[in-house]
Design a protein around this ligand. Sequence first.
Ligand code: ATP
Length: 883
Amino acid sequence: MGGGDLEVKMGNAWHSKRAEEVLKEIGGREEGLFEDEVKERIKKFGPNRLTELKKRGILSFFLEQFKNFLIIILLFATFLALLTGDWTEGLVILIIILIAAGLGGIQNYQAEKVVRELKGMLSPYARVLREGKEKVILAEEVVPGDIILLSAGDKVPADAYLLSEVTLKVDESILTGESVPVEKEVCLLPPETPSFARRNIIFSGTSVVYGKGKGVVLATGMNTEFGKIAQTLEAIKEEKTPLQVSLDKLGKWFGILTLIFCGIILGIGIGRGENLSKMFLWAIAIAVAIVPEALPAVVTVSLSLGTKRMAKRKGLVRKLASIETLGAVNVICSDKTGTLTKGEMAVKEIFLPPGAVVEVSGVGYQPEGEFSIKGNNSPNLEVNLKSLLLVGLLCNDAFLRKEKDKWVIDGDPTEGALLVLAAKKGLKKEDLTKEYPRVDEIPFTPERKLMTTIHKKGDSFLIASKGAGEVILDKCGLGKEVSAQYLSVLQDMAKRGLRILGIAYKEGNLLSDERVEEDLTFLGFVGMMDLPRPEVKSAVAKCKKAGIKPMMITGDHILTAQAVAKEVGITDEEGICLEGEDLDRMSDAELKEKVERINVIARVSPFHKLRIVSAFQNKGYVVAMTGDGVNDAPALKKADIGVAMGITGTEVTKEVSDLIILDDNFATIVQSVEEGRNIFKNTKNFISYGLTLHLAEIFIILFALFLGLPLPLTAAQILFFNLVTDGLPPLALSLELPEPGLMTQPPRGRKESFFTGKSVGFSLFLALLITGQVSFIFLTSHAQIGETRTLVLSLITISAMFNCFNWRSERLSVFKIGFFSNWNLLLAQSLTILSLILIIYLPFFARLFEISPFPPYYWLSVIALSSTTLLLGELLKKFWPVK
Ligand code: ATP
């Protein structure tokens, strides 16, 4: 991989070299590499990623099944069966265990494949310069010699030597453990400077928290400092979801229960003076009956299939565990711009002091439109307008370009709108930047709500600023009266839902001036329209019906925020709308008391988001919170479901999030919550279905044991029953579509246990019912034991199929949902019944499973008896309903 080559170069102490030397040695240049050079280097150095953990083969998943306590119990049972000399039975049990483990292994293998596929969709991106052009590429395509461009929120994709920077600060805690961001700068350092003290080197895996930078890549993949550390780290194991953990616990309990029962059976047997090997058979049967060997694998598969379904609908869950939490979400705190709104801005109105209003027409980003003057005209209007457009162009990092027949914006849409506006007057950024080259800048941050660039203008300098309206007014020293007058203009524009930027400038020899952003000259306001996304209104209504509180948290002006929030239904005339500053005046206790009643919080800083999450959580809420900027990361981490934006979100927020919405759309969050609820409900239902059957098996055996009857089923028959009823039918139940009313119910409580009193009661009732059916057959049948067992096996299998219908919904009757609305289930049921018929009527299997076919007309009584499982189940649902 050329690693040795690079190491020699690392030994070169890049940090003590000048940029030209570094570029020369690494074979890079300021304008970036050519594409054919890149290809060569990818071949030479390999892709820029950490060596992948070895992909696990299917065999390892199969073998893993045998680490399971329950499977070990089953193997022990086989051993006992062989000890008692019953070779056929022993072998059949063994084969069934192998089949069950095989199926479990395949299911887990596939579940992991899905998770891996989804992880692939999460590949980080990097911005590079190639052939003089800025490009966004997959981070794994970065090669040594590439020029990378970084700004706040980016993950550094490779180790690089810094070529230029603007107030660049990087969080290196992943490498050093130190959480205070480190300032990086272009400089020369002594060769002996230790690795992480090299201020002119930026390291892969760290993240940019402030400013911008440009660097030439020195090392990629495992050759980076991060790669070296990763080599020594153990592979991080995918954590189990709370559901899987509680199932594991349940499994252990079942295991212990098995041993206790076996002990009791042997005790009773010995007490009665029964034959020991006969008692062994009972013990084996009970062990086999209790153990739900297939269910855990079904849970994993159902969760991973759920994530795949969600991803198709643009919601990407980063951990399986988050699905469970998603379903319990009862507050969604959402950004406004781009999430509730389209994020496609167009300037509609300009205010020019002292009192002119200019309306602007046009469609989309098309640089065509008219300027029509309303309000007071002033003689200098055209000159003032041009100055405003010019400053708006200079203080701007976006680009406008034509792609096929469409105009598109690269970069921040707010800035893009200014480019389109100026283009409507024939002004282009490219022409101006030549005339007024940028020499310095103070970047925009959500905390400052202001951006300033400094340009050379002949022998002096031009300072161009833009930012939130009131922040700009504050920087202009206009005097109280005038400020108040402009502030009321701003409020009037904001009330109409316009997003407003103030624009100001100054000239002079100011580079050494600390107060660059003071005493500016006010040029005016631009008001942009950013329409709500059409689907958001109904998504908000859906949230409210489902008992989920939607809240808007935005950096924008309170009146703009309020206007949009009203339009989409988040607030109304009476709703409480506050500003970040209001929160500052509240104590944590006050905020906690009030937070449920607040609908909109405007002019927030990321710090406020953290307080809001805490306030909700202290009240017991399960909070989903969106964020896109680097400083939102702590709030996303703290939220129960941190939501990152797929398109506009920074790599850092994506990394700490639980859910990434690929289309940045609020409606997708609501859809994911609905999917989360559905997956939780289905999982709960199919586990209860399984519980019902295993309880029934235990009761049936205990019933026969205490009445001194022969074993109602052989161990192999019980295992067959488990294999066919614990595998496909629950999987099909996990594919059940959202039932009507799923989103009109209040969310489940944060701590709501998987098994509620009602669900366990329902399971117990059904298990006793099935036991009743079997005892009826047992007590009334005059047939031989072999024939009776075959009847019992048929009865409980068909009963289990009726039981599937009971567990399609805990709340609704299957007669209401419709028998044909889950075709997967009908297929699973048919296959199960087919396997039953095969083992009864194919002599080979019949012999293996000790089957003695019963007269065909007995099927009628089997069906009649087993159908009570559905009918009485339905009655119970009706008279003892789940809310
Ligand atoms: P949200 O938090 O809902 O996404 P937002 O985009 O309005 O809303 P911020 O990005 O924090 O929130 O912006 C806050 C304010 O700063 C905006 O109302 C606007 O006036 C101003 N602003 C936004 N982008 C820029 C920019 N690129 N340059 C200067 N000022 C900006």
